[in-house]
Design a protein. Structure first.
Lengths: 657, 72
């Protein structure tokens, strides 16, 4: 349900201040558009089929009463498609779109990686040899005395091939627990390649093809896995090799990171290859001198959405805000350029920018916006492209108007908790390990682990769902790992600093956080980095003591403020990997009880994980805690047990049994 | 920096020495702070680290939860 006209739109003071400024200045933005446009109730429930020209066919459930068997029989499209088929097709198309988006991101990275290895992209280099070597070991690429570039050429070819592969299984599936791999094979959902699963999803959901909703939704798992263990994982791993594996660093977040006396450039989107170069170009002495010649004191780079997460966790570039703050950053009147790449970029930016001096600069041939300036980024001449963009931003400083107001709100946050870093932090250089985490789960200090991820959505109060959920989880001793725009919401609220453990976490979790020196809420990366959560969960399984599959772990996932198709793809690969996953805001299959039942119940029997929907974030947190407790009970770690130190006689007795 | 130590009483202990006015805030300022991976310098050390630290995937003797009599 959207916040009403007179209801609060956000719990973030910087956002509220800019919504107010936008209203005073008559500037359009997503918050006011959401107020004017009601979501289509039939489409929201997955009851609208628009895949052929005999429709669109609408097959809504009766409101406020049970459907009769006769009504159910008649609730079909012109072709005879049932509400189940229609809901399942719509759902699978969302998974396919999300997988295609992450996959395309991963593909660009794989091709760039190959170009770097072959010396065709001189602005970049292989920064993390260790990650390169780990992938070589994973994929069976010979290491020996070969140079990093030689290894990278072989790796790059293998990874590029994953997108177009027609047979076999994705190479990264081998990283999963053995039992999980068997479950995927049993249900026929081990992806062959990445593009092939997306293409088959579009074919299966075409008019008159797959019209069995169980089959469609089961195939949806195959497509989702091609994202999590395919496109997303390739993207994350290659970015780590090229730009460095994230390690903890301190930075700041919220609109208050913008600077009144400097040229402000916002980098927005998801793919970091341009932003990496902008970070270099904007700090070159010649460029700073050029900014000073225009009356600015310097150049301030700040991030928005997941490009921001990438730059934050590798370079400490501050974040101006999450998804719903993109237009509001322009409303400050202090942004010279909003430089965008791909995904989650609102077309409304161009309209908002028209009210100020801000230049919206599109940089990717796949993502242009009418009314924006297009400056194509060329990875083969990366630094030159970046310099041209920075120069355009600096030139725009003199056009800044008098209506500048930067909210005085920003918070410290620590980011960069990659799987590798968590492993290192828990055991040190000599014996990096997940053992301390597993031990503290077994002894009950940590109840379980939750991944709270996803977007913002103006149909809910901005950032509120996330904060209520995360605070409830950590209060109940659940360690929270976050990515994407939800990580930013927690960062703004001060949950991503070690001090937050004493203030917000339960006593068990707080004691562990204090001992290790970590916040109770860990920033793991961008939305493509949800693949890091799969690897972390796998490490927990493989370390031992918590079962032999991801579905045995006391873990849960959530996206309380989701809006994008990528979130559905992520949710599907979490569930298909064995994780209970609850979404808030709205649920796109409620128009079919049977299709929803499959996702919410049957999937648990098949894959060990299932979906749930609960718009109340505190109730949703308790669904996650209940699931964690259910898993703890199944593992036999729900009660404190007396510890017995076995002597040799007792050991011999045990072995004899 | 020369630290100034002050003596204070502490619960459960008689007297402790604390830094008092010369206490430094714990915010990292060095760019390299937290960048632990750079500590491993050579390829041999990196491979060794992978074998031990990332033993779940690359260890020669590690089985963890997956040491099973009957393979899955």
């Amino acid at each position: 349900m959207s916040p009403g006209k007179n209801e609060i739109k956000s719990i973030d003071p910087a956002t509220l201040e800019m919504i107010e400024k936008a209203a005073q200045e008559g500037v359009p933005n997503a918050f006011e558009r959401a107020e004017r446009i009601s979501p289509c109730p039939i489409g929201a429930d997955g009851n609208c089929c628009s895949i052929c020209a005999m429709g669109p066919c609408r097959v809504p459930l009766p409101r406020a009463r049970e459907e009769t068997p006769e009504e159910k029989k008649r609730r079909r499209g012109v072709c005879g498609a049932t509400a189940e088929t229609i809901a399942a097709r719509n759902f699978v198309r969302k998974i396919a779109a999300g997988t295609a988006s992450h996959g395309d991101h991963g593909r660009v990275m794989a091709k760039l990686f190959l170009d770097i290895a072959e010396g065709k992209a001189p602005g970049y280099q292989i920064k993390d040899e260790q990650k390169l070597l780990s992938l070589a070991l994973d994929l069976g690429v010979k290491i020996g005395d070969r140079s990093n570039e030689e290894i990278a050429v072989d790796l790059g070819k293998l990874l590029v091939n994953e997108f177009g592969k027609q047979e076999g299984e994705l190479l990264f599936l081998k990283r999963a627990p053995l039992k999980r791999q068997e479950i995927w094979r049993k249900w026929g959902i081990a992806p062959r390649g990445i593009d092939i699963e997306v293409a088959e999803a579009m074919h299966r959901t075409h008019m008159g093809t797959d019209q069995e909703y169980h089959d469609l939704l089961n195939f949806g798992s195959k497509v989702g896995l091609a994202d999590g263990w395919g496109g997303s994982m390739i993207g994350t791993e290659i970015q780590d090799i090229i730009f460095g594996t994230p390690a903890p660093l301190l930075s700041q977040i919220n609109l208050g990171v913008l600077k009144e006396d400097e040229v402000n450039i916002i980098i927005h989107g998801h793919e970091p290859q341009l932003a990496e170069m902008l970070a270099v170009a904007s700090q070159e002495p010649e460029m700073i001198a050029y900014a000073k010649s225009k009356g600015a004191k310097g150049i301030n780079l700040a991030g928005m959405c997941c490009t921001a997460n990438e730059m934050l966790m590798r370079h400490g570039v501050p974040i101006a805000g999450n998804f719903l703050q993109q237009e509001l950053a322009i409303v400050t009147g202090a942004v010279e350029a909003m430089v965008v790449d791909v995904q989650c970029i609102m077309q409304g930016l161009a309209d908002t920018a028209n009210c100020y001096h801000t230049k919206v600069i599109t940089t990717d041939a796949r993502a242009k916006i009418q009314g924006a300036v297009h400056m194509q980024f060329d990875e083969h001449h990366a630094i030159e492209s970046a310099r041209a963009i920075v120069r355009a931003a600096v030139d725009n400083f003199v056009n800044r108007g008098s209506n500048v107001r930067i909210p005085n709100h920003k918070a410290d946050m620590i980011a960069g908790f990659s799987h590798e870093t968590i492993n290192y932090l828990l055991g040190g250089m000599f014996r990096a390990s997940y053992r301390p985490l597993n031990d503290n789960i077994i002894n009950g200090r940590i109840r379980g682990v939750a991944g709270v991820v996803g977007c913002n959505n103006p149909r809910t109060i901005h950032d509120q769902g996330n904060l209520l959920m995360v605070k409830e989880l950590i209060k109940n001793d659940v360690l929270v790992l976050q990515t994407g725009c939800m990580a930013m919401a927690s960062g703004k609220a001060g949950l991503m600093v070690p001090e937050a453990a004493a203030e917000f976490a339960g006593p068990g979790l707080a004691s562990v956080c204090e001992a290790v020196g970590i916040p109770p809420v860990l920033h793991v990366g961008a939305c493509i980095d949800n693949s890091r959560l799969l690897i972390a969960a796998t490490a927990m399984v493989k370390d031992g003591g918590l079962g032999d599959d991801i579905s045995d772990l006391p873990v849960a996932g959530a996206a309380p403020e989701w809006m994008s198709e990528k979130a559905i793809a992520i949710g599907q690969y979490f569930v298909s990997s064995g994780v209970f996953t609850v979404f808030g805001t709205t649920w796109p299959t409620v128009g079919s009880k049977e299709a929803t039942e499959f996702l919410f119940k049957d999937m648990e029997q098949m894959y060990g994980g299932m979906w749930a929907f609960e718009p109340d974030p505190v109730k949703a947190a308790h669904m996650m805690i209940d699931h964690i407790d259910k898993k703890r009970k199944a593992l036999g770690i729900d009660k404190a047990r007396e510890r017995v130190l076995y002597d040799m006689a007792m050991r011999r007795e045990l072995e004899a049994v | 920096m020369t630290y100034q130590l002050e003596k204070k009483s502490a619960p459960g202990r008689d007297e402790v020495e604390v830094l008092g006015p010369t206490f430094e805030e714990g915010k990292p300022e060095d760019d390299e702070m937290g960048r632990w991976r750079q500590k491993i310098a050579s390829r041999a050390d990196r491979l060794k680290y992978l074998e031990t630290a990332e033993r779940y995937w690359y260890g020669k003797e590690w089985y963890g939860s997956e040491k099973r009599k009957t393979p899955a």
